[in-house]
Ligand binder design. Structure first.
Ligand code: SF4
Length: 391
């Protein structure tokens, strides 16, 4: 049986954060306002979509599931259990499958954490972003640092032995001191995994229109210092940087994300969710009402193309680009032999010039058939990775 990952999208949040451009709707507490009134109908449609994969499911073994959003922990008692039941009824889950759920510290309760553990979820990803309450307020997060500590303890008490904490660097007004204070506080909790991404200013978000905040964004040099300091501090505490922005205690690397970065196949369920299957990328409709109609109403006359759009069928050039672009983000790099197996010819035939150029400049090394970024290469990885795009 082939391995497959599954992503499940929950598009509800209590309130939108100032920097967020993910597909999620503001639904107030308990998911009762605005689009939140469709919560139950959405969960029913989601379970119907999961079950609609029952025929193809026979050929796959599920190695990872990631329930993300939005805010999955905003859902009501029983919702996550229903989703997990639909997944277990439809797919064959590997015995050691990694099953993650994203939670917002402002919405987790002991009862919810208990429900997640009970239905087989074994990894929790908690969005802290910052341990500084002023930074959290500036980002528009619904929680403070104290609530994160309570959520973290709640997860541990429910039995979660694999917890990720998300933090953000390069925030407006953030100093290296305040950033390292966040990292230090996270280290005191001793999660198994830490992700640290720099804030990206997305178009049409409130933060992108706030000139005052934009003027306070750290420059590239400070951003780089934050990354370097993260790496130093975390490696001293036995966290291994296995991808540019991700750190884990040995054995706790996120299998689901590694699947994305190594061109593993996955199916995305829920509105706006993307899939990569049989060399095709396709995406479910971002229109939640259409999504609910499509999967709940047997008489709906929605055309397949209205429910799901094929974004692209990846030709071998695009696959090679992704192989290199995503693979080099990982510290383990890419294997010359794996490239050969996948594409039937040497990586040097296509990328010889660019690889040689960066080996000479000290940004890449070929370590016994493994090509990877050097420390110097990680600092300017965006420039180097962009060079692997084929015209
Ligand atoms: S909690 Fe996450 S998904 Fe929801 S608005 Fe904030 S950043 Fe976006």
């Amino acid at each position: 049986m082939k391995e497959l990952g599954i992503y499940v999208h929950i598009p509800f949040c209590i309130r939108k954060c100032n920097y967020c451009d993910f597909l999620s709707y503001e639904t107030g507490k308990n998911c009762t306002e605005g689009i939140g009134i469709y919560r139950k109908a959405y969960i029913d449609a989601l379970c119907a979509e999961i079950r609609s994969y029952r025929y193809m499911a026979k050929r796959y073994r599920i190695s990872t599931i990631f329930i993300g959003g939005g805010t999955p922990s905003i859902l009501m008692p029983g919702d996550i259990t229903n989703i997990m039941d639909a997944l277990k009824d439809t797919f064959c889950l590997a015995e050691n499958a990694e099953i993650s759920i994203e939670v917002n510290p402002g919405t987790l309760t002991a009862a919810k954490a208990g429900e997640y553990a009970e239905c087989g979820i074994n990894r929790m990803s908690i969005g802290l972003q910052s341990a500084n309450d002023k930074e959290l307020a500036m980002l528009g997060r619904i929680h403070n640092y104290e609530q994160f500590l309570v959520a973290f303890d709640t997860a541990r008490e429910a039995g979660f032995q694999n917890i990720n904490v998300d933090v953000m660097a390069a925030l407006p007004g953030q100093t290296i001191h305040s950033y390292l204070d966040t990292i230090g506080k996270v280290l005191k909790c001793a999660p198994e995994h830490i992700s640290s991404y720099s804030l990206i200013i997305e178009e049409d978000t409130p933060i992108s229109e706030n000139k005052k905040l934009l003027a306070l964004l750290p420059d590239e040099e400070l951003d780089r210092q934050m990354y370097e300091a993260t790496n130093k501090l975390l490696s001293l505490s036995n966290y291994n940087r296995y991808e540019i922005s991700n750190y884990a205690k040995p054995g706790f690397e996120c299998k689901h994300n590694i699947g994305y970065w190594t061109l593993g196949e996955y199916i995305g369920m829920g509105t706006g969710a993307s899939s990569f299957w049989r060399n095709r990328r396709f995406t479910n409709t971002r229109d939640i009402k259409k999504y609910i109609t499509a999967f709940s109403d047997k008489n709906s006359h929605l055309d397949e193309t209205e429910i799901r759009t094929v974004d692209e069928t990846l030709n071998s050039d695009r696959l090679m680009e992704e192989f290199m672009f995503l693979g080099l983000r990982m510290m383990q790099g890419i294997s010359v032999a794996d490239f050969n197996d996948y594409f039937g010819h040497s990586v040097y035939k296509v990328y010889g010039e660019v690889i040689d150029k960066y080996i000479k400049s000290g940004h890449l090394i070929n370590d016994g058939g493994i090509i990877k970024l050097t420390k110097q290469g990680i600092d300017v990885s965006n420039i180097i990775l962009a060079d692997f795009l084929l015209e």
